[in-house]
Design a protein around this ligand. Structure first.
Ligand SMILES: [Zn+2]
Length: 148
């Protein structure tokens, strides 16, 4: 395990690299009686228009491209049907929009109770990352580390 593996992937974010994503997906699947793969924007749940990237890349010319938010999913990366599935009243994109501190409460009890996820979230807030949202890309993280 080295850091380059984490930095190398554009899709890496706190939820994936700390292993929270899998138990969260499974909880959604269980609560709704469907497959966990639906809750992955890299897999079956992906918006067909933008292939789960949330943006449409248009080539303007030789070198120029412009990225616009995908209109079909509104930049949420998931196909519309997936957002009908809720866990404790939230859909998967709402969960990934939660800051770590809020998600900690969310997964602490009730229908969304996942003790393993709470443990990871506690660790993240302990090291001062409680402001991050679960889906925040790692690339925005590395910008932060330069500040003393
Ligand atoms: Zn889309």
């Amino acid at each position: 395990m080295d850091q380059s593996a984490i930095k190398g992937s554009r899709r890496s974010n706190p939820a994936t690299y700390t292993g929270m994503l899998e138990p969260i997906r499974k909880a959604f699947a269980k609560a709704n009686g469907v497959k966990p793969a639906l809750f992955s924007a890299n897999s079956e749940g992906a918006c067909p228009s933008c292939k789960g990237s949330g943006v449409i890349v248009t080539e303007l010319g030789f070198m120029d491209t412009v990225e616009t938010p995908c209109e079909d999913c509104g930049g949420k990366r998931f196909q519309a049907g997936v957002l009908e599935y809720k866990l404790a009243g939230r859909d998967i994109t709402e969960v990934f929009d939660m800051p770590v501190v809020e998600a900690r409460e969310f997964f602490a009890g009730g229908e969304a109770k996942i003790p393993a996820v709470v443990k990871i979230l506690e660790r993240l807030s302990d090291v001062g990352l409680g402001y991050l949202t679960l889906g925040q890309p790692l690339s925005t993280l590395s910008a932060e580390s330069g500040n003393g």
